[in-house]
Design a protein around this ligand. Sequence first.
Ligand code: SF4
Ligand code: MG
Length: 316
Amino acid sequence: DALLEVNNMKKHFHLAGNQTLKAVDGVTFHIKRGETFGLVGESGCGKSTAGRTIIGLYDATEGQVLFDGQDISRLKGKGLKQYSRKIQMVFQDPYASLNPRMTIANIIAEGMDIHGLHRGKARMERVHSLLEAVGLNQEHANRFPHEFSGGQRQRIGIARALAIEPEFIIADEPISALDVSVQAQVVNLFKKLQRELGLTYLFIAHDLAMVKHISDRIGVMYLGKLVEVTTSEMLYSNPQHPYTQSLLSAIPIPDPDVERRRERILLKGEVPSPLAPPSGCPFRTRCPHAMDVCAERMPEMKETEPGHHVACHLYE
Ligand code: SF4
Ligand code: MG
């Protein structure tokens, strides 16, 4: 029942001076229909590039993206047009992604216009119902982006993504730029829309705290690779990869008993340049548990308990 299957997907960029940036370097995961998959990692880990490759903004260098069983790299003409309707993106910076000279109605209806949906009177009715679905109202239709707060602009970005009735939404850090007080409201809106419309989400974030309340399953990325993939519950109760453990240790937990069990793990050094990743395990230069084998061989993804996949020599 996977809606999306990503198999060993790579996206490499060839740069000046014969350098290769391996932004995404062989990731494999799937997203079930109706599920939310959180993709987490520090900036530069390749999570946005992964999202952009899945939606087709980049061609994968290697590997496969299957949507509803179809290889998207083989889609042409009508098939490609259908795919571009089924999958939509919500961006991090709602202001930069909204044309300041267009009214909210025209911004929301742009995709409908391109795909020739809801013409004439039905077009405005559709805009009104979308505004209401995202917690805004009809009077907002003829205003301009600068008249709205950050949270409202993100609601407009969501309405625009919904306009052509997609099945799948890639949200690339949709709450990172918002005030903390507004973040939960926007997460709740995503959840409500998922329930009402049966949507499937890829929810990208740089921080585990941001995906906790929305994700069914989570993948953790480091330097272009997935290091751990499992359910939200297992990731939080039993993080296995040393990188995940350090990320989780940074999240304050209100329960004092849990706090005592989870000490802050401070990593040494910085994330290495993706232009010159370490040999073997990408995390080894910062890992508190690194062993000789970690420099020699890249650990493979292993299932350590049902539904819990980890790439680390500690579990081999
Ligand atoms: Fe650490 Fe080695 Fe596991 Fe990498 S493979 S996370 S370096 S223990
Ligand atoms: Mg990004």
